[in-house]
Design a protein around this ligand. Structure first.
Ligand SMILES: [Mn+2]
Length: 356
């Protein structure tokens, strides 16, 4: 296991120099944030990002993410050109030496919450979701009322997209995902890149849109679409764990034994009602994710890939990007490394090296 940390590039208020001071964190999870969705990522820009990360004594370990254009998810004719451009971005990753690509296949919205700063009993704040609150959000004027998505779509753009998805049910979305993977996964294999789909967050339909990567059966179906080590999974405990029917260690075991977990997102969620949860401190007892059992399963599967603490609460007066402050994620990184060490998971002894 390699402990990593997400960094949003030059606009991230957290400098790489601070991430470098979290013991054991050497890998950076990042992306190009100024390329239009669907366009090929310029190799020069990706190289510059990698050099910036290298110069801070860190290594670019994961791209999260290259967004998949809605036209691919909708199966529109432009998908041929868009898939070619996606493959070009994946090859740029390979040229720069970034081995893992986290992506998702959620229609229109990816992560969705109804409260970005729910106050917990200790005075910290956390991201929260309540299906009843979501149902009260009116999208007729665009995404202005959806927390975290305010500027994403105008009323007209969103109405057109929602209308287009009326023709795409879950099975049609699976067909479009299979088409995408058949095109991209072989190129990823050639580029030396392992694709790792992120589960849908939350793992159920929202706003009437289909969501398909929601449970263990879906993840097993996913890896069967293209039978290649390049076609794998990001095991996100918080996303899958929001549905209490998901047996996280059992899912991790089945995917891990087949060598298809390429990235681990470890965070805790406290389920407070039907389709209602808030994010919680990382240790197992503060939520519904059996973190120790998950990590023990990853250890048993011989997991050597990158892991990150995923989200954190806002603590100690920190203000910043919701879910992505420094302090609580750093605590999470330390907890996860302590748990891993206690479980006897393999640890890289030379902190300056970074085995691939
Ligand atoms: Mn995640």
């Amino acid at each position: 296991m390699q402990m990593t940390f997400r960094w949003f590039g030059a606009s991230d208020p957290i400098p790489l120099e601070h991430i470098r001071q979290i013991p054991g964190v050497r890998g950076i999870v990042s992306a190009l944030y100024d390329v239009a969705v669907g366009d090929a990522w310029p190799l020069a820009a990706l190289s510059r990002l990698a050099e910036t990360i290298d110069a801070a004594g860190l290594q670019f370990a994961v791209v999260e993410s290259i967004p998949v254009h809605e036209d691919i998810k909708l199966g529109r004719p432009s998908r041929d050109r868009l898939a070619d451009q996606y493959c070009a971005s994946v090859h740029a990753m390979g040229d720069v030496g970034v081995p893992v690509l986290c992506y998702n296949f959620m229609p229109i919205f990816d992560w969705t919450r109804t409260d970005l700063s729910m106050r917990l009993s200790d005075g910290s704040t956390a991201l929260a979701y309540d299906d009843a609150a979501l149902s009260r959000i009116d999208l007729s004027g665009g995404t202005g009322d959806l927390p975290g998505w305010a500027a994403a779509y105008s009323a007209a753009e969103l109405a057109a997209l929602l209308d287009a998805y009326r023709a795409v049910d879950g099975e049609r979305l699976w067909e479009h995902l299979a088409w995408f993977l058949e095109r991209v996964a072989p190129e990823a294999a050639r580029a030396g890149v392992r694709m790792a789909i992120h589960p849908d967050d939350p793992p159920w339909s929202i706003f009437g849109l289909p969501r398909i990567i929601t449970d263990g059966a879906a993840l097993e179906r996913l890896i069967g679409l293209v039978d290649s080590p390049a076609n794998g999974v990001t095991f996100c405990t918080g996303s899958l764990g929001a549905d209490p029917r998901n047996d996280l260690p059992a899912i991790a075991r089945r995917l891990g034994e087949r060598g298809r977990i390429h990235f681990a997102h470890c965070r805790n969620v406290a389920i407070t009602g039907p389709r209602q949860f808030h994010e919680a401190p990382h240790p197992s007892r503060f939520g519904d994710v059996p973190m120790r059992a998950v990590l023990a399963t990853l250890r048993d599967a011989g997991f050597t890939g990158p892991m990150r603490p995923d989200h954190g609460r806002m603590i100690w007066g920190e203000r910043g990007r919701p879910g992505y402050g420094l302090h609580d994620r750093a605590l999470g990184a330390m907890y996860l490394q302590g748990l891993w060490e206690g479980l006897g998971g393999p640890v890289d002894e030379d902190e300056s090296s970074f085995p691939s």
